[in-house]
Ligand binder design. Structure first.
Ligand SMILES: Cc1cc2nc3c(=O)[nH]c(=O)nc-3n(C[C@H](O)[C@H](O)[C@H](O)COP(=O)(O)O)c2cc1C
Length: 201
């Protein structure tokens, strides 16, 4: 098989939110994580941690706990009950139906430490940037393996819930969830023209 040029591969990746129920072999999941592991990171400290959920019960528990939390937040915002039901149902179904759910967390344990808040904040930003770069590797590798995946930011809004249900140690900050599986949808998406985002000086 001819390798797909990198740019074509990048351009053809889409966020996929519907999956076949076909399980994803462990070796494929490991290759996807291997790509993530080779992402660049600040000081090469590799502050990413991955928790992989493939069991239906674990995915359902996470989906239900996050939905309950989202529901409470939306109610407090005064959002219409119909909209709340639709919103929570959508995110719940996505996690329950994805054969693989990967919780992507970040740790500051190996990052540099500063006595002042300003530099410590930058160090935290560096760690989150590093995790995001690993996540992009992960998404591109999933695509190369014929999988569909989507990055979801919901854990940022309920880190304690995610930590508790998934059993993630206290020092780790859940940054996102990747839902993944063989795709059951095709999507197109455009990007703004390069000229609207780039200036050559
Ligand atoms: C930081 C970040 C947060 C995102 N959060 C969500 C999310 O919570 N739910 C979701 O369905 N997609 C989420 N996405 C996926 C984006 O919606 C998607 O990447 C964007 O619409 C472009 O579509 P494409 O990835 O198919 O090109 C997120 C993407 C990023 C980078």
């Amino acid at each position: 098989m001819e390798p797909v040029p990198l740019l074509t591969h990048i351009q053809s990746r889409r966020s996929i939110r519907k999956y076949q129920q076909r399980p994803v072999p462990q070796a494929v999941i490991e290759r996807v994580l291997e790509a993530a592991r080779w992402g660049p990171s600040a000081h090469n400290r590799q502050p990413w941690r991955f928790t992989v959920l493939t069991k239906q019960q674990h995915r359902s528990d996470l989906a239900d706990a996050m939905a309950a939390r989202l529901q409470a937040d939306l109610r407090a915002d005064g959002v219409d009950e119909d909209i709340i039901t639709a919103d929570t149902g959508r995110s719940q179904a996505r996690l329950k139906n994805a054969p693989v759910v990967i919780v992507v967390s970040m740790t500051m344990a190996d990052m540099d430490r500063y006595p002042d808040e300003r530099r410590q904040h930058f160090e935290w930003v560096m760690a989150t940037q590093s995790v995001a770069m690993a996540a992009q590797n992960l998404l591109l590798m999933a695509h190369a393996e014929g999988l569909g995946a989507v990055w979801m930011c919901a854990p940022l809004f309920c880190p304690e819930t995610v930590r508790e249900v998934v059993g993630i140690p206290a020092g780790l900050e859940p940054q996102g969830i990747v839902a993944m599986g063989y795709p059951a949808q095709e999507r197109t998406r455009t990007r703004e023209p390069l000229s609207s985002r780039v200036v050559f000086r």
